[in-house]
Ligand binder design. Structure first.
Ligand code: F6R
Length: 621
């Protein structure tokens, strides 16, 4: 949650620090958008220049336009997703020391803030906000008063804090220094030429540099224009791992589309193609270079547990069908927050697959830690380099979806499914559960998917039209079987998130066990129909389900494979998708549902990139 940016560079005070920080916040706004603020360090002077505003970043930008801040040498900026205290101007970050000489921004939750607040109040400090963060500002100021070294002051306070935090601090006495500390919350360093950056993720600075440093847990970093030094919380120097971000800065721009969501839906053919790229050797065998896990360990795996949240968990559910079928290994899929707290049965023969776009979801991170403590091997399927989950896992398989900016996930979902298929096929190859020609055939089919996804996007005029005509709908149900079931749930989630409409996804077979009671005249129901070329019983059973709900008045919106005329007598609307092997079908069948949700939300006048109450990286439990 909350986006954090820090910059230090200009030897001469100028406008660049503010420009970089505001640009970074714009790219990080998907992390939280209920208020935003900046603090600038002037080259000389006794007070920081700050501005903060409730509401989206545009409000802060307008404030800065109306009341410009002076030139600076360093800056920090924050975009907030409120935890403690309502999203008001006062509660927005940065928070300052009483003398205005020090500013702090924070992502996370300080769990012992009440006792720290009481301690400060007893010492006569006046707190002006309801936030846990302000407490940190006053504590660092007190530590600085005793030892006027910002790094040491932040380090000493970090040792006292419980909970999760990324903190950045600046002080007027140190015009070319920004200090950061992290504990269970993300922070990466961007390396520039005569300037350096800090960010919640690399999107904060990819417009300026692709060279970055990964920070570990419980570390403090101090950046100046020419140096970066990292220590642990006790002050011992630490070597941070350097990496190069392979995202193109332009990939994080709207590129002529009306919204990031629309752009990212259009990015999907590339996201799948890039995730498939370079995964085979000259003989066509799968080689997953970034897997970094001993083949012997993978051979003896007797159970796979996929852990993830939200859309990523639905990608995991699709993976279950494919991996079990190809590898004959039992696969469980569990929401990370449920897994972590139910005492799961995990041992050294368990492969835990953690799926996460951001690589920072706290629930998933906690589940990863728990699984490793129990002796499992953890493999992460992650999109964001330099993030925490791959760092704390035994192995990583990166998706190559590029930066996903819209809060609701689209292209990352397709890339996660693709990566999970690669993992399944790799395990099948390694364990000999599929013949090489069967694996090659499936890989060929996968390579045809980008073109098919493109065809769905290009032919989405009908779904867009239907969506626009349904702007007043109060509830939509989604039904699917087999791999269509997670697709149904993902379709429902997209609609809830983007259009604030009640929506639910069901296994079509479950219909008669209860949900059919919801069907009344005009109830809109999407049905994801499996290929008639697959197992025939599956197709005909779903056709029966359509008849059952149609007979009770439902308005049936059918997603079916091209050429499937069996659906026509029972469909009010049909959205055809290209023919695909059954297990790969989610990569095409989910696309009309994404477009439907986006278009309907747009017709309602909603902001599809930043839906209410949400944040892209859920970095608190
Ligand atoms: C839904 C959505 C969320 C995320 C979930 C996990 O559109 O975006 O449900 O999928 O919060 O996020 P990551 O993949 O970053 O772990």
């Amino acid at each position: 949650m909350c986006g954090i940016v820090g910059y230090v560079g200009a030897q001469q005070a100028n406008g660049r620090p503010l420009e970089v920080v505001m640009g970074g916040l714009k790219r990080l706004e998907y992390r939280g958008y209920d208020s935003a603020g900046v603090a600038l360090v002037p080259q000389e002077g006794r007070a920081l220049a700050t501005a903060k505003k409730a509401g989206k970043l545009a409000n802060l930008a307008a404030e800065l336009e109306a009341t410009p801040l002076p030139a600076a040498t360093a800056a920090i900026g924050h975009t907030r997703w409120a935890t403690h205290g309502a999203p008001t101007d006062v509660n927005a970050h940065p928070h300052l020391s009483e003398d205005g000489a020090l500013a702090v921004i924070h992502n996370g939750i300080i769990e012992n803030f009440a006792e720290l607040r009481a301690e400060l109040e007893a010492a006569g400090v006046t707190l002006t906000s309801e936030t846990d963060t302000e407490v940190v500002a006053h504590l660092v100021a007190a530590a600085y008063a005793t030892t006027p070294d910002l790094t040491e002051a932040l380090r000493s306070v970090a040792r006292r804090l419980h909970g999760t935090f990324t903190l950045l601090a600046v002080h007027v006495d140190a015009p070319d220094v920004v200090v950061g500390a992290r504990h269970d919350s993300p922070l990466v360093v961007g390396l520039g030429d005569g300037e350096n950056y800090l960010g919640s993720d690399v999107a904060a600075f990819i417009a300026h540099t692709r060279e970055a440093l990964e920070l570990g847990q419980d570390q403090v970093v101090t950046i100046t224009p020419t140096t970066v030094s990292v220590t642990d919380f006790d002050g011992n120097p630490v070597e941070a791992r350097r990496f190069t971000v392979d995202w193109d800065a332009a990939a994080a721009e709207k590129g002529g589309f009306g919204s990031f969501m629309d752009k990212e839906i259009h990015d999907q053919p590339h996201a799948v193609a890039d995730t498939l790229l370079g995964r085979t050797d000259t003989t066509g065998r799968l080689v997953l270079d970034d897997l970094r896990v001993d083949e012997a360990v993978l051979r003896q795996v007797d159970k796979i547990i996929v852990i993830a949240c939200g859309t990523a968990a639905y990608a995991g559910q699709v993976a279950k069908y494919a991996i079990e079928h190809w590898c004959r290994i039992p696969v469980e899929v569990e929401l990370a927050h449920e897994f972590r707290y139910r005492d799961p049965i995990v041992n050294s023969k368990t492969l835990v697959v953690a799926v996460s776009q951001s690589g920072e979801t706290m629930d998933t991170l906690m589940a990863v830690r728990h699984a490793r403590e129990q002796g499992a091997t953890v493999l992460a399927i992650v999109n964001t380099h330099g993030s925490t989950i791959p760092r704390e896992s035994d192995a990583v398989l990166y998706t190559h979806a590029g930066p996903e900016v819209a809060v609701a996930s689209t292209k990352a979902f397709l890339a996660q499914i693709t990566a999970a298929y690669l993992l399944g096929l790799y395990l099948a190859q390694l364990r000999g559960t599929k013949f090489p020609d069967e694996i090659a055939e499936m890989l060929d089919a996968l390579r045809e998917l980008p073109e098919k996804i493109q065809a769905v996007i290009d032919g989405a005029g009908h779904v867009r039209e239907v969506a626009r005509s349904m702007a007043d709908v109060a509830s939509v149900l989604f039904l699917g079987r087999h791999v269509g079931y997670p697709v149904a749930m993902e379709g429902a989630l997209k609609l809830k998130e983007l259009a604030y409409i009640h929506a639910e996804g069901f296994a079509a077979g479950e219909l008669k066990h209860g949900p059919i009671a919801l069907i009344e005249e005009g109830q809109a129901v999407f049905i994801i129909v499996p290929s008639p070329r697959g197992r025939d019983s599956l197709h005909s059973k779903v056709i029966s389900n359509i008849q059952e709900i149609r007979a009770r008045g439902a308005r049936t919106l059918v997603i079916a494979e091209e050429g499937d005329s069996d659906v026509l007598p029972f469909a009010d609307e049909v959205f055809y998708v290209p023919q695909t092997p059954v297990l790969l079908a989610p990569l095409v069948s989910v696309v009309p549902l994404q477009i439907f949700a986006m278009e309907l939300a747009t017709a309602k006048g909603l902001d599809v990139d930043q839906p209410r109450n949400l944040a892209k990286s859920v970095t608190v439990e």
